[in-house]
Design a protein around this ligand. Structure first.
Ligand code: C2O
Ligand code: CU
Length: 470
């Protein structure tokens, strides 16, 4: 997925594609997309038969997953048409959207039933690398590929890099004949999750990604898997992370950075000056590194004399740490909470069983998410005041890692009790076993904002709740 900077792909509502080369400083136009959520038979690499994928079809479908672009502060519209056999919605992960655009059925909008459409429209307030996905039956939908990338361009960083590439990591629980294995297993859900056997980047196995020799390279790496937590490395490049979950950070060395499900890392380096040099993007989590993609120098050389491998500073609401109120969230194994179970029964929660928690393995503050239904919401994990600052301590009392995501907010990760964690902005933070991670944020727009683990099997077996901002 090569994307030259300053080249914006603009798509009209009719699906016609226009490519515009915007000169530096040019005004970007609002963009609009038509997205049809539908089943597509497609043969994944190494399989002998097609898989029943669920994809967002934007009329181009050039890449797996699709990549949409918007510009910071400019209008962005995506009309979702549901051609699946079950209800759906789109959650714009990490984008600080208005509450009614957050895409959580029953909480921020009614579910989009089969055959129906829903128009998402907002002006993304922050630049960065984001993605989108549904929020019900997520384990199956994501497992079948229903996700897309959303890049929000920053007019301030045009020209900082010579080339950028999107690298979306995803594993598939697919068998040789193309059939899928169960997306949720008890054994997986109760532990680190059920892993896929086919590991891909942009739908391919270790694809070759070319960059001009000597170029200033930006890789937008996204973990769109529901389970796997790769530990990244680009041996041979002095690669630095320049943005976490899309938000600019003080650059730090990439080597060993763990990218939990839903997390993103924008990575920068200067390509070697010789053509034909290969730099593998590796997962070094296990002793035998796994190559996820191969970056290879090719084409005409570029000479980047002044290389600033750093993005303009993130402009996000700064929490007032002195005045901040403290919150605590404890992640534990879960047992059904009798009070909540009784509540769910009484409320007749989730007539639509795809949003129901079926089994319970996990909890937040000893509470287990019972599911949700029309007009029926369990009480929030915390009640916050819009505009007030909060410091939340996330404690992981389980033997597994949990990438915890808060909707509608970008928080500051302040530090960890167990390791050197560079302070950075995030919407999803990995909390390791026994670790306490402190995050701070300013409570945003009024509404109920989901807070959950992004190992989807954990999310769907209890490790979910929401914060109410009033
Ligand atoms: Cu990407 Cu509620 O999640
Ligand atoms: Cu988890």
């Amino acid at each position: 997925m090569p994307v030259l900077t300053r080249r914006h792909l603009l798509q009209s509502g009719l699906g016609a594609v226009a490519v515009a080369l915007l000169p530096r400083g040019a005004v970007a136009l609002p963009v609009s997309y038509q997205l049809t959520a539908k089943r597509v038979a497609k043969t994944l690499p190494g399989c002998i038969g097609p898989s029943d994928l669920w994809l967002y079809d934007d009329g181009r479908n050039e890449t797996l997953p699709i990549v949409l672009r918007a510009t910071r502060g400019e209008g962005f519209t995506a009309t979702l048409k549901n051609e699946l056999a079950e209800h759906t919605a789109i959650h714009w992960h990490g984008v600080r959207v208005p509450h009614k655009m957050d895409g959580v059925p029953y909480i921020t909008q009614p579910p989009v039933r089969p055959g129906e459409s829903f128009e998402y429209s907002f002006a993304p307030p922050d630049p960065g690398t984001f993605f989108f996905h549904p929020h019900c039956n997520t384990v199956e939908a994501l497992g079948r590929g229903l996700a897309g990338v959303l890049i929000v361009d920053d007019p301030r960083d045009q020209g900082l890099f010579d080339i950028e590439h999107v690298i979306a990591l995803k594993d598939w629980r697919v068998q040789n004949d193309g059939g899928f294995e169960d997306f949720l297993t008890d054994a997986g859900a109760a532990k680190a999750g059920s892993f896929g056997s086919l590991r891909t980047a942009n739908g391919m196995v270790a694809p070759t990604i070319s960059v001009p020799p000597g170029a200033r390279v930006r890789l937008r790496i996204l973990n769109l898997d529901s389970t796997r937590i790769p530990q990244l490395d680009l041996p041979g490049a002095k690669a630095v992370v320049i943005a976490t979950d899309g938000n600019a950070c003080a650059p730090f060395a990439l080597q060993g950075w763990r990218l939990g499900p839903a997390m993103r890392a924008d990575v920068a380096f200067i390509a070697p000056e010789k053509p034909g040099v290969e730099i593998p993007l590796q997962d070094i989590f296990s002793t035998k590194p796994r190559v996820l993609a191969r970056i290879v120098t090719a084409g005409e050389a570029m000479r980047s004399t002044k290389a600033t491998l750093r993005l303009p500073e993130a402009e996000l609401p700064q929490p007032d740490l002195k005045a901040a109120q403290k919150l605590e969230f404890t992640l534990l194994a879960g047992n059904p909470d009798p009070a909540l179970q009784a509540w769910a029964k009484e409320m007749g929660v989730s007539p639509d069983e795809i949003c129901l928690t079926q089994k319970v393995f996990w909890s937040i503050n000893r509470r287990v998410w019972p599911g949700m239904g029309e007009g029926a919401l369990p009480p929030p994990l915390a009640e916050l005041k819009s505009g007030r600052s909060y410091i939340a301590e996330l404690f992981n009392g389980t033997p597994h890692q949990h990438p915890m995501h808060l909707h509608g907010h970008t928080f500051r990760v302040l530090g960890s009790s167990e390791r050197d964690l560079p302070p950075h902005w995030a919407d999803t933070v990995l909390v390791r076993p026994k670790e306490r991670v402190r995050i701070a944020f300013v409570a945003g727009q009024p509404g109920d904002w989901m807070f959950h683990c992004h190992i989807i099997e954990h999310q769907e077996t209890g490790m979910m709740g929401y914060l109410r901002v009033a």
